[in-house]
Each structure stands twice: as structure tokens, then as C-alpha cells.
Design a protein around this ligand. Structure first.
Ligand code: FAD
Length: 477
């Protein structure tokens, strides 16, 4: 357990960030005790929330925390789905919310310099206003740039444009000891020593606090179009994807979505999805330099889909239809959230998706738990939702806790074992955090884990930074 924060330390922290940037009242700290993971057991009250406004303030806070052996948990937008920003051992929650300046959008080198607390929404808008484009687009736009980098977030566009890692060229990081380092810069390439830059990306706040980033941008694509393609079954839908790729068609996104969750979301939003046929739908998003190229691509995609048994191909061609489709897709999470216990983030080789999803269906039947599964069909990332509700005729009916609770560990374990069997990993984009930490040794061997622990010790010898995440804490603090 972390040490209690003394009144002397309170005063020192107040001196660093100012009284308005500290929260110590219990009710006000409640929001800082959890992220988007649903179960209450994945939450913990901090002793204090501190909001620095610069790397220098962050450094002073970490130096004090080291001196006093107080745990510090960095926190972004708290949209994480695995308890990564939960202060598991109490102590200080270090919220980056005040560090929210977009310092520069350099159109000539197509690079932006931003602080860690800028939201994805603000950043995307600012970049697009300059005629540029930041392709990664994880589903919750209130995530912070620092959180996106710390989790190496993905999102549906990863198939064509890659994940956050592919856009981060430089970082300013405050190490747990309080030292401030700069890694990379406005550089497209570097072969200069070990890439500590890449080590920081995806380190989930366990190696350093990211305070600023240099981000690569692209020109804005000329035209974007969404196709909705219903199929009778999941297999035909998923088997379409390798055919598209073989023909050298690389969509911006390809998502498979069961009709059931679309219906629930239509009802929730009072909006209509373009079609009601079939059990599984593919949403294929295409981009191109102009509409002629897009027409040609859409025809090619439609032809391949029909070959594979598609029931129809709907085009969201007007901006309004496009907005409705994207809104329904992005609000599925919200529509089923009350009944979601956990969202798995398994990633398997592309060719294994259909077999893995079949396994999900078997496990669902075996345990009598509704497991709606959807995800990024072209990059193997499968989000199975473990539910505490049943789907009946477009609605979700609650299931009593004593029915679902005893089964969730077995359901998760069976699916993780299947993931391992198929050469997969237990997280494709959300990270390990607190929730998946007990399962990391299912997919990483002891040698690998011991190297990772060694790296943690080099960066954070006192183990004050986000303890208990990724792997268990084996030292009392
Ligand atoms: C509706 C919904 C849809 C989502 N869709 C996607 C998706 O498509 N793809 C995807 O990848 N994720 C998705 N997510 C998950 C989540 O949005 C991402 O994991 C996101 O990157 C988290 O960013 P955040 O700022 O909210 O971080 P937080 O939740 O605050 O923190 C996440 C982790 O990062 C660490 N951290 C935060 N800021 C810093 C910093 N400045 N320095 C060091 N460490 C830091 C924290 O300690 C924690 O370990 C979704 C979540 C929701 C709720």
C-alpha cells in the first residue's frame, strides 16, 4: 500500500501547481477513481488529484513522489477499457487535463506539436482546418493524445493507415525520477541507438509521463464513402476481406457487425441503418483522391462482395447518410453499455478471425451468456462483449447477477486460450492495464516478461509510476 500523503507534502504540491489544480475532496475525486471499464471492483480512490500545467511542474511532482515513495498514476481522458488509469495503490492521480495546447501545426513538414492533454476531437478538427489529416481514429474522441500514445491506440482505420505508433515522431517525457527527456523530433526516420521513443509508445504510463508529442500528419483524402454490405452469415462476411486485399483494394476500414447490436443501437438513437437484411453486416469505408476513383473502387468492392454471397450493397453516399451510419456504428458501445461487463480486445492473425468467432459462438451457447462480437475485420482485432443481458427481438433483457457473475471467468479464460492457440495476443489496441494483467503470462513467456520487468526497473527504480499495471507489483510501496 502507498504511504499516506502528509500535510507537508500537500503544501509542497500546492506550491508547485497552485491550490486550484489540486483535488482532495472525496466526492470530487470519485470521477478520478475509474475509467470506462464497467465493474466497480476496477476502481480505487486516489489520495489526491494533481493537475500540472507543464513538464517542469510534472517533474517537481514526480521528484516529491519519489522522495516520499508515493504512487503516481498518469491519467488522460479516462476512456480506457482496462483500468489503466485507476490508482490501484492510491496516492496521486496525475491528470494531464491542463496541458491542452496545440503548439504548432507545421504545414511544410506536415507535423504537429501538441501537449498530452489535447483531446482527439480537438486535435483532429484543428488539423483538418489546415487541410491536413490525422488518420488514427479510436472510437472515443474524448481520449487525450497522451493516453492514445501510452496505449498505442488503434481504431478502425488501422488497416490502411496503421496505429498511433506510426505517427509519433517525437516525445517529451518526464521520467519517474523527475528527469525530463526529449526523444526523436520532426524526423521521418532515425537509426540512432535504441528506440526509446517506441518503448514509450504503448508503455501505459509505467515508464514515464508523456507531456508533449510531435505527430506526423497526412494530406486530407479527397473523398470518403461508406458501403454497408449485409450477409446471411458471419463466415461469408469475414471471408470477403482477404479477397479484397488480394485484389489490392485496401479500404480505410472494414468492420464486421452483428445485426442484433445494430438493431439495439437503432432503437437507442432512433436512427435508421440503411438495411435490415442478414445476420452480419460489413461496413467498408473507402477513401480516394476523387469521386471517379471512389466510384471505380466501390464497383470493384461490390463485385467481390456479391461473389462471396452478399445480399446487397448499400452506399451511404450523401454526407447525412454517411453521418447516420457512422453515428450508429460509433454509438453501439453506448447503446449496450449498461449491459456490458467487459470488452475483450483479442487480436489474431487475419486468417483466424472466422474460426475464433466460431469459438465465441460455441462458448456463448455453452455458458448461456450473450457474447456479441464485432471488430476490425481486416486487422484481426475482435471485440467480444461479455454481457449481463440477453438479446430478445431487438431489445436487451437483464440477466440476474447470480447467473452471469459465476461464468465470466470461465468465458474469458476459454476465449484467451483460443486466442493463444491461434497465435494471437490478448490486447490488440486497448492495452493490458489492470484488468488483463493476470492473463499476460498466457501469451508472453517468462523470458520476455523478465526483460520487461528489467526495463521497468531501469526507468522506475522506486516503482512509483502506475504500479500494478501490465504485470503484478512484486514490491510493497
Ligand atoms: C466508446 C469507446 C471506443 C473506443 N474505441 C477504441 C478504438 O477503436 N481503438 C482503441 O485503441 N481504443 C479504443 N478505446 C479505448 C480508449 O479510448 C483508448 O485506450 C485511449 O487510447 C485511451 O486514452 P485516454 O486518454 O482516455 O487514456 P486513459 O484511459 O486516461 O489512460 C490509459 C492509459 O494511459 C496512461 N496515460 C494516460 N495519459 C498518459 C500520459 N500523458 N503519459 C503516460 N501515460 C499516460 C494511463 O496511465 C493508462 O495506463 C475506446 C474506448 C471507448 C470508451
Amino acid at each position: 500500500m502507498g504511504k499516506k500523503i502528509s500535510s507537508k507534502l500537500f503544501a509542497e504540491l500546492e506550491h508547485i501547481v497552485g491550490v486550484h489544480n489540486i483535488i482532495k475532496e472525496r466526492e470530487k475525486m470519485l470521477d478520478y477513481s475509474h475509467d470506462e471499464f464497467s465493474l466497480k471492483e476496477i476502481s480505487r480512490m486516489p489520495d489526491m488529484v494533481v493537475k500540472p500545467s507543464s513538464a517542469v511542474e510534472t517533474s517537481s511532482i514526480l521528484k516529491l513522489a519519489c522522495r516520499e515513495n508515493i504512487p503516481v498514476t498518469p491519467r488522460g481522458g479516462a476512456t480506457g477499457l482496462c483500468g489503466g488509469c485507476v490508482p490501484q495503490y492510491g496516492g496521486i492521480v496525475l491528470s494531464l487535463e491542463n496541458m491542452n495546447r496545440i503548439k504548432e501545426i507545421d504545414k511544410d513538414s506536415q507535423m504537429a506539436v501538441v501537449e498530452a492533454g489535447v483531446t482527439l476531437m480537438e486535435f483532429s478538427r484543428a488539423v483538418e482546418d489546415e487541410g491536413l489529416y490525422f488518420p488514427p481514429h479510436p472510437g472515443d474522441e474524448s481520449a487525450f493524445i497522451g493516453g492514445l500514445i501510452a496505449t498505442n491506440a488503434g481504431g478502425s482505420r488501422a488497416v490502411k493507415y496503421g496505429v498511433i505508433r506510426h505517427y509519433i515522431c517525437g516525445l517529451e517525457v518526464v521520467l519517474p525520477t523527475g528527469k525530463i527527456i526529449r526523444l526523436g523530433g520532426k524526423l521521418i526516420k532515425s537509426s540512432t541507438g535504441y528506440s526509446l521513443l517506441n518503448l514509450m509508445i504503448g508503455s501505459e504510463g509505467t515508464l514515464g509521463v508523456i507531456t508533449e508529442a510531435v505527430i506526423r500528419l497526412l494530406p486530407f483524402p479527397g473523398a470518403i464513402r461508406t458501403l454497408i454490405i449485409p450477409y446471411h452469415g458471419l463466415e461469408e462476411a469475414i471471408e470477403t476481406v482477404p479477397l479484397l486485399l488480394k485484389k489490392n483494394i485496401l479500404p480505410m476500414a472494414v468492420e464486421f457487425i452483428p445485426r442484433e447490436v445494430i438493431q439495439v443501437t437503432e432503437d437507442y438513437l432512433q436512427k435508421k441503418w440503411p438495411c435490415a437484411e442478414g445476420e452480419t453486416h460489413l461496413a467498408v469505408i473507402l477513401d480516394a483522391r476523387g469521386t471517379d476513383e471512389l466510384d471505380f473502387l466501390s464497383e470493384e468492392v461490390a463485385e467481390i462482395c456479391f461473389e462471396k454471397g452478399a445480399l446487397d450493397v448499400f452506399v451511404a453516399d450523401s454526407p447525412q447518410k454517411q453521418r447516420d451510419v457512422l453515428e450508429i456504428r460509433s454509438k453501439i458501445y453506448e447503446a449496450i453499455k449498461t449491459y456490458t461487463v467487459e470488452i475483450l480486445d483479442i487480436v489474431v492473425p487475419r486468417g483466424e478471425i472466422a474460426v475464433h468467432v466460431k469459438k465465441v459462438q460455441e462458448v456463448s451457447e455453452k455458458y448461456g451468456i450473450w457474447l456479441p462480437t464485432f471488430g476490425h475485420a481486416a486487422d484481426g482485432n475482435v471485440h467480444t462483449h461479455i454481457m449481463k443481458g440477453r438479446y430478445v427481438d431487438g431489445k436487451i433483457i437483464p440477466v440476474p447477477e447470480n447467473t452471469w457473475r459465476p461464468k465470466i471467468d470461465q468465458v474469458r479464460e476459454e476465449l484467451y486460450r483460443d486466442c493463444r492457440l491461434r497465435g494471437g495476443m490478448i490486447s490488440g489496441e486497448h492495452g493490458i492495464g489492470l484488468v488483463k494483467q493476470p492473463f499476460i503470462d498466457l501469451v508472453l513467456d517468462e523470458e520476455t516478461l523478465s526483460l520487461m520487468r528489467g526495463i521497468k526497473d531501469v526507468f522506475d527504480p522506486d516503482r512509483i509510476l502506475n504500479p500494478g499495471k501490465i504485470f503484478p507489483m512484486n514490491k510493497e510501496i
